[in-house]
Design a protein around this ligand. Sequence first.
Ligand code: GTP
Ligand code: MG
Length: 297
Amino acid sequence: MVTRGVDAKIVLLGPRRSGKTSLLAAIFQQLREIAEEVGLSVGDSWRESRSPDVPPMLTENTVDFQISVPPGIHRNRFRRPLPLRLRFVDSPTGWIGDEESAIAAQITSAHVVIITIDTPYLMELNGIHHEGRHHTVALTRLIRSHFLIGDIRKLLLLVPTRCEKYFTTDREATLIQERVKQGFSNLIAAACFPQCATSMVLTPVQTLGALCFAGFRQTDAPGIPAAVFSRSSPDAIIAPRFADQPVRHLLAYVIREQIRSGVCHRLFQWNSGYFGVLHKLSEGCKVDGGFEILLQH
Ligand SMILES: Nc1nc2c(ncn2[C@@H]2O[C@H](COP(=O)(O)OP(=O)(O)OP(=O)(O)O)[C@@H](O)[C@H]2O)c(=O)[nH]1
Ligand SMILES: [Mg+2]
């Protein structure tokens, strides 16, 4: 549970060059916008930092929020801002191999894990490169042993990235849903374990929007080929899409936890303002056409 004065820690995990850092940048861009859209006012303390428990090969960005319910949402006598610190830990390398124990330590203390899925590897050539790229057996083991532990409410976001090509028709977007559920079935089954209180959401993001998958290129190194992208049209401009979606789920999770911990009740007398905010956040959440709430606690 995320309680007052305790950070909400968010760890990004995914294959090398699958779009983790780009996603993080897109999330930072959207955080303030979405918070303000749903009626939260946010203080401005954004900073790069490093906690003693984060090893040097991982990067940490901390966002300090001072969330206040604006006037008019509900009456409260104190109107004190709710301090909220979101700590984002980005893993710059793959999670398998050398860095696995460092990553394991990070996700053990995480409230939210975001897994980037390199969509072309799942969708193209009947997914023959999917396992080689995503290592779902090792990933499931890691998440099961270090994240899906205890009965603490957590959030797992599955984020297909670099997926522009598959949003040209509704049918293709829905196919992403099917393929993720097939390709990550072990992970999803692990989170469905009765004692596990982790919510799980599938939410694709296009952080560039204008670059479409063009094909695979064999590299000199043995192993799976590299994905090549090209502009969707010569005059296409960068147009990110759906980056608000992980932010909506993230904020909803944190606020729900604050309500459950009773912090909002004590600080604001009533939770009604926060329920209003939650309602607005969930109204903006996509639930079909590639998006799905797989598990809700
Ligand atoms: N087309 C497309 N390209 C993307 C998207 N997100 C990231 N990329 C590109 O994918 C490449 C890798 O992106 P990064 O954000 O550096 O990926 P990463 O997972 O942080 O990479 P490492 O830290 O090296 O493991 C870059 O060339 C990005 O421009 C996306 O949504 N669509
Ligand atoms: Mg990176």
